[in-house]
Design a protein around this ligand. Structure first.
Ligand code: NAD
Ligand code: MG
Length: 341
């Protein structure tokens, strides 16, 4: 087993002895700023002029500064801006204020892994990446828990970057759940692979294809929706709580036999080969290059594909059916409240 760090492994005083700037107050930013602040860390939040998050952060009792001033004042700078914005903000407002011994931190390795941000030699470069959405990083902390996190060091100028990252993770509440060492390469590549192949891309394509297959065969779209989308959460909850074998214990033997014999026919050798090709595009940088170019060009393909997804019949029938089950969306407002701005 790999080494996991827990509360007694971290030295809380390391991060408490630094001046920390949290840049951005979105999903991750608000959670890092509030958790660290309540863990006795000297936090300032860096936001753009006129940011709608400034009021929220100020009302939460945090000090808000423009990004360049926060960067100048701090000696630990955690960049929690959208990955696609980080390079431009770094070049204009962070890099000019970096001093020897400062620590630049990230919650995802994209910009370091793909060479978009190249920090100067005298600066520590570390990652503290919670393995969960920001609103859970905040909520579990207030409940006395934490979200498991990864730490990594890309550049260790001071020789103390790892201890500092672990101390930061501790302030975030992550050592209550477990902190795992990784590298910027591993975190970035596995994160992109997971979201493309399993969690987001693979899953939405699987659900949509199953829905279309049933509807095309003449079944009611309502049946297809319940079967291919709605029930998914119930199955995933069982897997999350008890693993795949535990989920199989809860389903009928008929379902389990179909699972065991038909699953590998859906995810066959061809699909596995495509997974390897996708992993190859991640590792050789061609996915990153494509996405960076897409952003530079104003995201035409992204907007087109997003619009096509929204117009799919599964959305129309889903909206009607979910409106009859208001309990499903009970937690939705909270997620929207803390996102972006
Ligand atoms: P987000 O979109 O929720 O928030 C981004 C914040 O940056 C917002 O406050 C926004 O107003 C601000 N911002 C945007 N452009 C800006 C600019 N040009 N100048 C100044 N401020 C600007 O982002 P997020 O989801 O919290 O992601 C932040 C980082 O955390 C990313 O590196 C992401 O990969 C990583 N991460 C996110 C999650 C998650 O749950 N969302 C999980 C793990 C890691
Ligand atoms: Mg991710």
């Amino acid at each position: 087993m790999a080494t996991l760090y827990y509360e007694s492994d971290a030295d809380p005083s390391l991060i408490q002895g630094r001046k920390v700037a949290i840049l951005g107050y979105g999903s991750q930013g608000h959670a890092h700023a509030l958790n660290l602040s309540e863990s006795g860390v000297d936090v300032r939040v860096g936001l753009r002029e006129g940011s709608s998050s400034a009021t929220k952060a100020t009302e939460a009792g945090l000090r808000v500064l423009p990004v360049d001033q926060a960067s100048a004042e701090a000696d630990v700078i955690m960049i929690l801006l959208p990955d696609t914005e980080q390079k431009a903000v770094y070049d204009a407002q962070i890099a000019p204020h970096l001093q020897e011994g400062d620590c630049l931190m990230f919650a995802h390795g994209f910009n370091i892994r793909f060479g978009q941000i190249v920090p100067p030699a005298g600066v520590d470069v570390a990652m503290v990446a919670p393995k969960g959405p920001g609103h859970l990083v905040r909520r579990t902390y207030t409940e006395g828990g934490g979200v498991p996190s990864l730490v990594a060091v890309a550049q260790d100028a001071t020789g103390k970057a790892h201890d500092l990252a672990l101390s930061y993770a501790h302030g975030l509440g992550a050592t209550r759940a477990g902190v795992l060492d990784t590298t910027f390469d591993e975190e970035t590549e596995t994160d992109l692979f997971g979201e493309q192949v399993v969690l987001c891309g693979g899953l939405t394509a699987l659900v949509t294809a199953g829905f279309e297959t049933l509807v095309d065969a003449g079944y009611q779209p309502e049946s297809a929706y319940f079967e291919c989308l709605h029930e998914l959460k119930l199955i995933v909850d069982l897997m999350y709580e008890q693993g795949i074998a535990g989920m199989r214990y809860s389903i009928s033997d008929t379902a389990e036999y179909g699972d065991l014999t038909r699953g590998p026919r859906v995810i066959d050798q061809g699909v596995r080969q495509e997974m390897q090709r996708i992993l190859g595009e991640i590792r050789d940088g061609s996915f990153a290059e494509e996405w960076i170019a897409e952003n530079r060009n104003g995201r035409p393909r992204f907007h087109e594909l997003r619009a096509a997804g929204k117009a799919h019949p599964i959305e129309e029938i889903g909206a009607e059916l979910r409106a009859m089950m208001p309990f499903i969306s009970a937690g939705k407002q909270r997620v929207e409240d803390i996102s972006g701005g």
